[in-house]
Design a protein around this ligand. Sequence first.
Ligand code: SF4
Ligand code: SF4
Length: 192
Amino acid sequence: MLATLKGLVTTLAWAFRKPVTAQYPKQHLPIQPRYMGFPALLWDDTAGEPFCTGCMVCVRECPTQCMKAEMKDNPLQQEGKSHRRKIIERFEINWNRCILCGICVEVCNFDAIEMSHVHELGGYARAGSRVTLQELLKYGREFQERSGWKPSNPEKNVAGVALAKEKEKRQPAAAASRSEPASSNPSPGKES
Ligand code: SF4
Ligand code: SF4
């Protein structure tokens, strides 16, 4: 009898709890910050260009070979606005073939790619999920803004920080080279 009553109480308690399930697709549960959606490219605001140099490391390491990249000389580097000598010109990921493994993010040395929160990819076209450079950058920017993304190596990869560091390094060297002739060739008046 007691056991029956206990069972009834438990059933009643559960009957009034909020459901943990959601009526998808009408209702969406919030995405957790560490959620791994499809990979997207990130934007360096300090130079106004992508972080991606088109080095092809991710393209070579991708297990499903769903990425393509082409690089070009970086005009902003020639103008002194960026430290990247090469910059991405064309990039494509076929999200239909992506298995969300995250290897492209792991191997990138330039903080240029991240697993974004994009995850809903319904479509009818076989090649409808080939995503271009501009689209990848758009998804990447959305991800950066929403997640408060920070680069892992700003001194190497953020143009504003890297250029300031290069300038800092050059200043003592330039000061030393200016003072060198005076000390190696002392004035005759001082010698006597
Ligand atoms: S995302 Fe990274 S690894 Fe891939 S091409 Fe760009 S810089 Fe290279
Ligand atoms: S997540 Fe994996 S499969 Fe998808 S593009 Fe990156 S390396 Fe390729």
